[in-house]
Write a protein that binds this ligand. Structure first.
Ligand code: MTE
Length: 160
């Protein structure tokens, strides 16, 4: 069972102006895995708040994987990658590289996301862009690799 955290980063959704559709898409796509959502929140594009939430979910709530959505673009308030980099010990760039490569064949806008992925303790943190469509497209690229990633984070080997 994989413990999942879903963190939606959006000024407008956090103010209740929009329903959090992107978080729902994350849940839908991941529901094909043997997983449970142990942490969920919708917060504004605030660097310290994002970092704090990520640290709490790893250090206190035992998340194996945290998926963030939103705040990865070039806008002045897009700070999710920086907030993530501030709390990870090691990088895991393969996830975001794969998403960008795959999604570029659909839209050149895929290059506008500055999403990063990294490891804090034994938790994998992956940024996704904010729109529900982008979440779906990006998550489809990496979802099948997540169970093995979690096994490795827990110290498991490569045996099939
Ligand atoms: N990736 C995919 N697969 N599909 C998309 O439509 N949109 C892009 C990009 N990545 C997109 C995508 C756009 S338009 C932006 S601005 C960036 O993600 C950043 O989005 P964010 O600021 O909501 O995180």
């Amino acid at each position: 069972m994989i413990n999942i955290g879903i963190l939606t980063v959006s000024d407008r959704s956090s103010q209740g102006k929009y329903e959090d559709q992107s978080g729902k898409v994350v849940h839908e796509v991941l529901s094909r895995l043997d997983m449970q959502v142990v942490a969920y929140d919708v917060i504004p594009d605030d660097r310290n708040l994002i970092s704090r939430r990520l640290m709490e979910w790893v250090d206190e709530d035992g998340c194996d994987v945290i998926i963030t959505t939103g705040g990865t673009g070039l806008g002045p308030r897009d700070v999710t990658p920086e907030a993530t980099l501030a709390v990870v010990d090691r990088l895991a760039p393969g996830f975001t590289e794969a998403m960008r490569v795959s999604c570029l064949s659909r839209t050149p806008h895929a290059m506008l996301s500055r999403a990063v992925a990294g490891i804090r303790g034994r938790c994998l943190i992956i940024n996704l862009p904010g729109s529900p469509g982008a979440v779906h497209e990006c998550l489809e690229v990496i979802v099948e690799a997540l169970p093995h990633a979690v096994e490795m984070l827990k110290g498991g080997g490569h045996g099939l």
